[in-house]
Design a protein around this ligand. Structure first.
Ligand code: GGG
Length: 351
C-alpha cells in the first residue's frame, strides 16, 4: 500500500472551496485505486492567518511542511486584508523559493465539451515550462527619495544555472511529446537578460538535435497563441512571461478556473507544490460556483508526479466525461455548482 502525506493549504477565497472539493475527489481515487492512500494535514496559512499572527505562516512553517510528500495549495491573496505582494511573498513565493521549486509546469488544452472562445480545440494542446525561482520575480531593488523625486528600481535575476535548468526541463518534456520547444523571449527590447536567455536556449538546444525549436518575442507569442495555436508543443518562459502566458492559456481553455499547475522541486529534496493557475477570485467567494476543475486537474498532476499516471489519466478522463455531458459551472456556460460538479466526478469515478 502506497501512502502519500499531503499538506493541504486552502489559503484564501475560493481556495477554501475548491481544495476540499478536490480532496474529496482524491479520497474517491483512493477508494477505487485500492493501493493508494492519502493522509491529508490542513494548514490554515492565509491572509486571515496574517491578521491574527502578523505573518502568512509561522516562523517554523517550512519546518512543519518539509517532510510532506507534496503540498496541495488553493489560492493566495485578499487585497482587502493584506497587500498582494506581502501575501504572495509571505506564502506562495516563499514556498516556491525555500523548497527549491524551480520549475512551474502549466499544461493547457481544451477539455471535451468546453467551448474555447478563441481557438479550435484540436489545435490547442501545449505545456508552458515557467522558470519559477528567479527572473522578474526578484527582491533585488529598492525605492529611494520621496514624492516627485521618488524612484523604484527592480532588478531581474537570470542565472545560467537556473535558466539552463528550465530549458533542459522543457527539452526533456518535449522529447516525450511532439518534439518542439518555443522560447518566449523579448531580446529586441530587453538588452541584458533576454539576449542571455536566447544564448542559453541556443546552447541547450544543441544538446537535443532531435527537438525542433523556435523563439518568439512574448508580444507576438501571445498573438500566435490565439491565431496559430497549433504551432506550440512546449514553451519555455521566464517567471513573469510564463505567468502571463498561462493566464492567456487559461482564457483560451475557456476559463481561468480550469487551468492546473505544479511547482516542481526537481531534485526531490523538498516537497513539490500543486496549485491551480487561478487566484482567490474575491468576486465569487461564497457563491458556491467556483470551478473545481482547476484544482482537480492539479490533483491529477500531483498523482502523475508520484508515479500514479494511470489513475491520473482515469481522473482526467472522468473530468472530461463530466464536462462533455455539460455538468459544468457558470464560468464555462453551465448552471451547476462547485458541489454538483464535484459530486458528479466522484460518482463517475466510483462507477
Ligand atoms: N493558485 C495560486 C494563486 O493564488 N495564484 C495567484 C497568483 O497571483 N499567482 C502568481 C504566480 O503564480 O506567480
Amino acid at each position: 500500500m502506497k501512502q502519500l502525506k499531503i499538506a493541504s493549504i486552502p489559503g484564501d477565497g475560493i481556495g477554501k472551496e475548491v481544495v476540499p472539493a478536490a480532496i474529496d475527489v482524491l479520497k474517491a481515487v483512493s477508494e477505487v485505486h485500492g493501493g493508494l492512500q492519502f493522509e491529508f494535514t490542513d494548514f490554515p496559512y492565509s491572509c486571515e492567518y496574517y491578521l491574527e499572527h502578523g505573518a502568512m505562516m509561522p516562523e517554523d512553517g517550512l519546518e512543519r511542511l518539509k517532510d510532506f510528500d507534496s503540498i496541495f495549495l488553493g489560492a493566495v491573496g485578499n487585497e482587502k486584508l493584506v497587500p498582494d505582494h506581502v501575501s504572495l511573498w509571505g506564502l506562495l513565493i516563499k514556498l516556491r523559493r525555500e523548497f527549491e521549486q524551480q520549475i512551474n509546469i502549466r499544461p493547457a488544452k481544451v477539455l471535451n465539451g468546453i467551448q474555447s472562445p478563441l481557438v479550435n480545440p484540436k489545435d490547442f494542446d501545449l505545456i508552458v515550462v515557467r522558470e519559477n525561482s528567479e527572473g522578474e520575480y526578484s527582491e533585488v531593488g529598492g525605492r529611494i527619495f520621496r514624492e516627485e523625486d521618488e524612484i523604484a528600481i527592480q532588478n531581474n535575476i537570470f542565472s545560467r544555472k537556473g535558466t539552463e535548468r528550465a530549458m533542459h526541463y522543457a527539452f526533456d518534456l518535449a522529447s516525450k511529446r511532439n518534439k518542439h520547444v518555443t522560447s518566449a523571449t523579448k531580446s529586441n527590447g530587453i538588452v541584458h537578460s533576454m539576449p542571455f536567455w536566447d544564448e542559453v536556449f541556443q546552447d541547450v538546444a544543441k544538446q537535443y538535435p532531435e527537438i525542433g525549436t523556435d523563439k518568439q518575442h512574448i508580444d507576438a507569442l501571445t498573438a500566435f497563441f490565439v491565431t496559430h495555436p497549433d504551432r506550440f508543443d512546449v514553451i519555455v518562459a521566464s517567471n513573469l512571461f510564463g505567468d502571463i502566458l498561462t493566464d492567456l492559456g487559461a482564457a483560451v481553455m475557456g476559463s481561468i478556473g480550469i487551468a492546473p499547475a505544479g511547482n516542481i522541486n526537481v531534485n526531490g529534496k523538498y516537497p513539490s507544490m500543486f496549485e491551480p493557475v487561478h487566484g482567490s477570485a474575491p468576486d465569487i467567494i461564497g457563491k458556491g460556483v467556483a470551478n473545481p476543475i482547476g484544482q482537480i486537474w492539479t490533483a491529477k498532476m500531483m498523482l502523475d508526479h508520484h508515479g500514479e499516471d494511470e489513475i491520473g489519466k482515469v481522473l482526467l478522463d472522468v473530468v472530461e466525461s463530466t464536462t462533455a455531458d455539460g455538468i459544468i459551472t457558470p464560468d464555462i456556460g453551465g448552471k451547476h455548482s462547485t458541489q454538483e460538479v464535484t459530486d458528479e466526478i466522484i460518482k463517475r469515478l466510483k462507477a
